[in-house]
Design a protein around this ligand. Structure first.
Ligand SMILES: *Cc1c(COP(=O)(O)O)cnc(C)c1O
Length: 451
């Protein structure tokens, strides 16, 4: 019988995260202070983050041990399975071998608890009693609500309003784990009030919700801020995914030719592929493909420059491919892919041509999601479906050229709380929103001047 899943035992779960900073092909461009535009020091970040995470953000240690208390919680669902997608391969008639790492098995249904648990742990250890954060589609908010609950921390979530309205079940999930959830923009912060004054019907954006959460943390002593993607330490916590995949592929006697993931802020794809960058730099030919929506095409259409992390210019300035911090993307259903920038580590790897980027419209993405659901069974999150669309395209190229490549992708989460999006697709109401060039130019007018 064919082996459908490669499963690691709990004792084979990796015990350290991989930090790519010492192995990058170019020096990491430092984050800058949004006021002074000088490189950020630990003191600048202290109001927002616990010291251990600030250290991890700039650490040059290649491996950072995962504390036992975090490992114990990871084991509620980790190690996650690596599946061979036999039925999808057959439906496509491709000679390619397709594998997917299933991060949908976590309690929150995505990869996000991998960093949420770590962040809650370090905050608790340093005496913090409440975490404030933003969430787009609700996956990050639910992951942090889950993690805070396990460590006895309070959790306040600013949820992008369009998602709050489109996805009520995520809100209930957060509340079930004990979090307080507000549709952003709110009247609770100055950033929220300013946005509502400009446009009372403002649908919100991740950048704006970040401003609200950062302001909340900065103005309360007992509260720190928590970010679900983009930052170096977040990507590092996610490397547990790629490190497990490394072991699982070894068991399957496979070496990946193509590794694919969707990119919102870059954490699931980064954590999945970064451990393999070492092999690529040693000369092994692996293609890494980052997939984003055409409605928020930072990697494929944005310039590589320093930009603010949020609308209100409170979060650090980082060097990244960006559409401008004021950019509010169309209300597509992959809410987790609507951030204006991307993780600086990932951007550096794209800039050095180690990673390719592609963008897709949401209709073909949902078509791919349906094909996956009807062959492999699991209903993917709309974000994950972007990766699946690219996998299908690459597998069809293999069919045309008759090449039996090994394609591995990160199945970042399931779509059980995104069924309204599936309903829209199935009833023919889903629209595409490719972004016109003028809109990109307009949003980029206000980026900071840094050389
Ligand atoms: C949040 C999320 C993403 C996008 O975020 P990244 O930081 O780019 O990983 C992708 N897929 C799922 C299921 C998510 O919840």
């Amino acid at each position: 019988m064919d082996q459908n899943k490669i499963i690691l035992s709990e004792k084979d779960m990796p015990q350290a995260w991989y930090n790519i900073l010492p192995d990058l092909p170019a020096p990491f461009p430092p984050h800058l202070h949004p006021g002074t535009m000088k490189p950020l020091g630990p003191a600048d970040l202290a109001p927002l983050f616990p010291m251990e995470l600030i250290k991890q953000e700039v650490s040059m240690e290649r491996f950072i041990p995962i504390p036992d208390d975090i490992q114990r919680i990871y084991k509620l669902w980790r190690p996650s399975p690596l599946h061979r997608a036999y039925r999808l391969e057959k439906a496509l008639g491709t000679p390619a071998r397709i594998y997917y790492k299933n991060e949908s098995v976590s309690p929150a249904g995505s990869h996000k608890p991998n960093t949420a648990v770590a962040q809650a742990y370090y905050n608790k250890k340093e005496g913090v009693t409440r975490l404030a954060t933003e969430t787009g589609a609700g996956q990050w908010g639910s992951a942090l609500a889950f993690a805070c609950n396990l460590f006895g921390l309070k959790c306040t979530v600013y949820m992008v309003k369009v998602s709050y309205e489109q996805k009520p079940y995520r809100k209930i999930m957060m509340q079930t784990w004990g979090a307080e959830v507000h549709p952003s923009p709110t009247t609770l912060t100055n950033s929220g009030k300013a946005a509502l004054q400009k446009d009372p019907n403002c649908p919100g954006s991740l950048g704006l919700a970040i401003s609200e959460a950062v302001e909340d943390a900065a103005t309360h002593d007992d509260t720190k801020y928590s970010l679900g993607s983009v930052l170096n330490h977040v990507l590092m916590h996610q490397t547990i995914v790629g490190l497990e995949v490394e072991k699982q592929l070894k068991i399957a006697k496979e070496k990946p030719d193509i590794m694919i993931g969707c990119v919102g802020g870059g954490s699931n794809f980064g954590g999945f592929m970064m451990p393999f960058v070492r092999e690529k730099m040693k000369g092994r030919n692996i293609r890494f493909i980052a997939v984003e929506p055409t409605s928020c095409p930072s990697l494929t259409k944005g310039p590589y420059i320093y930009d603010y992390g949020d609308v209100a210019k409170l979060a650090p300035i980082a060097k990244m491919y960006t559409l401008g911090h004021g950019f509010i993307p169309p209300a597509i259903h992959a809410g987790g892919l609507r951030y204006h920038g991307d993780a600086p580590i990932l951007c550096l790897l794209v800039n050095k041509k180690l990673i390719e980027a592609v963008a897709y419209d949401q209709k073909p993405v949902f078509e791919a999601a349906l094909m996956f659901a009807r062959t492999e069974g699991i209903i993917p999150a709309p974000e994950t479906a972007h990766a699946i669309k690219a996998v299908i395209d690459e597998a069809l190229k293999c069919k045309a050229s008759n090449e039996a490549k090994c394609i591995v992708f990160n199945f970042s989460g399931h779509g059980h709380f995104d069924l309204a999006a599936y309903d829209a697709y199935l009833s023919g109401k889903l629209e595409d929103f490719p972004l016109p060039e003028e809109k990109i130019k307009e949003a980029l007018k206000d980026v900071p001047k840094v050389d």
